[in-house]
Design a protein around this ligand. Structure first.
Ligand code: UDP
Length: 480
């Protein structure tokens, strides 16, 4: 019998957004080294953007982001699927329409693609799809695949979405009064597995007064669907969220297998960036150790021109050196050039503005001593790994909840945005103290402790390794 027949074959489908594609690629690589055959699925649009962002790119779809890793003998097959829109459609400007497409049209294409993959050898045994896809159980059931939900954010965020009905029942989310919809503003202390949490720390979608938008419908549907999953794997660490993970595990088999990234932090052998990466190393090499603040608001958020002007003012006032990633199209204004005229000139000596970079390479550089972040979960894990303390400027989705973990629970970062307006001088002072003063020393001490937990989790008998092995063995048992 062909040895391949004994190998589990997983179809991995990431949600088509940068912060989901990156951990999914690393999950695929990890599972392959543990004996899985992988079919990795990107949307055509994500594939095209990755291809174009590569130096010397070619526009053909014959390319394969895993080509280099396959040279070393990895069995990762790569396929692309239509997300329901023509390639020219601007997905970043039309999020609602895009998500509707992913909800309705992509499901049909994914269904067809899984149907084709079923005929390959060895036949797939499980589907590992992002938790935000609402159609995973439909496809898994149809093709008799083990249904694995991949959650790329903290267990705390998962738990809050999972218990949205409880939040509703208690009036903390979209409660209906006689005349208007309101959300209770007192502490939430009844969700299994999590301590008390304030409404301001909920994900932005749960803080909204209107919970009937497209995104809400998708999230609520996805969290109904996830209740049908056989297994849930999370990019988090048992030691960081012990009660939350245990409480989830009582409901569904849940495995904390994070952090899922290349821990050597060299450039990935697989292309994952949606934008071309500018070189920052030469500039960083000229600066003293720990002196540079890295500023990035991630791959998804769009910000107002006010936010940009405020960040620029605060950076100037703080007097620190910085690298500022300003993603193309991330500002809700055509006036970006006008906005930053003069600023770039003024900070010529101390600041470097780039459209995108290899973040893990930048923050692991010894001259980077702080990270002004939107609190995306990948960014937080990467920053912990590099022991770089965080300055938190959450903008939307899970970022407020992640900020709570960083600032309140682990004390590895500080707030520069809250319900109240924080004065420019205060923010500049915070930045200055984090980079130069006692505040930075304290946060760095705490972040060392958290980093140790990550390192231990990934060691041979560490919690994430043990969870991963258990997950693999449970998948195999389920498919026997
Ligand atoms: N990233 C990058 N270059 C940049 C900015 C971000 O490679 O210039 C990567 C970063 O390392 C992280 C991901 O993009 O892995 C962003 O994910 P995160 O969860 O932090 O935020 P999101 O983009 O999903 O809001």
């Amino acid at each position: 019998m062909n040895n391949d027949h004994q190998k589990p074959h997983a179809i991995v489908i990431p949600y088509p957004l940068q912060g989901h594609v990156i951990p999914s690629v690393h999950l695929a690589l990890k599972l392959e080294t543990k004996g899985f055959v992988i079919t990795f699925v990107n949307t055509q649009s994500i594939h095209q953007q990755i291809t174009k962002s590569q130096p010397n790119h070619s526009d053909t779809f014959g390319d394969d982001i895993f080509t280099d890793s396959r040279k070393s003998g990895l069995d990762i097959r790569y396929v692309v699927v239509n997300d329901g829109f023509p390639l020219g459609f601007d997905r970043s400007l039309n999020h609602d329409q895009y998500f509707e497409g992913v909800l309705h049209v992509m499901s049909a294409h994914a269904d067809e693609l899984v149907g084709e993959t079923i005929k390959t050898n060895p036949p797939p045994t499980c589907l590992i799809a992002d938790t935000f896809f609402v159609w995973s159980s439909m496809i898994s059931n149809k093709y008799n695949l083990v249904n694995v939900s991949f959650w790329t954010e903290p267990a705390l965020v998962f738990t809050l979405y999972y218990h949205v009905d409880l939040l509703r029942k208690n009036g903390h989310v979209g409660s209906l009064d006689t005349y208007f919809i309101y959300n209770r503003e007192d502490t939430i202390d009844y969700i299994p597995g999590i301590g008390a949490i304030e409404p301001k720390d909920l994900m932005s979608y749960l803080q909204a007064s209107d919970t009937t938008t497209v995104v809400h419908r998708i999230i609520f549907k996805a969290f109904k669907d996830v209740k049908n999953a056989d297994f849930i794997i999370c990019n988090t660490i048992q030691e960081l969220e012990p009660q939350t993970i245990s409480a989830l595990h009582e409901k569904h088999p849940t495995y904390a297998i994070g952090p899922i990234f290349p821990t050597g932090f060299t450039k990935s052998v697989v292309a994952t960036s949606l934008w071309s990466e500018s070189d920052c190393t030469r500039w960083l090499d000229t600066k003293p150790p720990g002196s540079v603040l890295y500023v990035s608001l991630g791959s998804y958020a769009h910000v107002s021109k006010n936010t940009i002007v405020e960040i620029a003012q605060r950076l100037l006032l703080s007097g620190v050196s910085f690298i500022w990633v300003l993603r193309p199209g991330s500002i809700n204004s055509d006036e970006t050039d006008v906005l930053l005229v003069g600023f770039e000139e003024e900070v010529k000596e101390t600041g470097l503005m780039v459209p995108w970079c290899c973040q893990i390479e930048v923050i692991s550089h010894p001259t980077v001593g702080g990270f002004l972040t939107h609190c995306g979960w990948n960014s937080i894990l990467e920053s912990v790994w590099c022991t770089v303390p965080l300055i938190c400027l959450p903008l939307l989705t899970d970022q407020f909840t992640n900020r709570k973990l960083v600032v309140d629970n682990w004390k590895i970062g500080v707030n520069v945005c809250d319900n109240k307006q924080i004065k420019a001088e205060e923010v500049a002072e915070t930045i200055h103290c984090l980079m130069n003063g006692k505040l930075g020393d304290e946060l760095r001490k705490n972040i060392e402790v958290v980093k140790n937990k990550l390192e231990n989790a990934l060691s041979t008998d560490g919690s994430s390794q043990v969870s991963l092995e258990k997950f693999i063995s449970d998948v195999k048992i389920k498919t026997q």
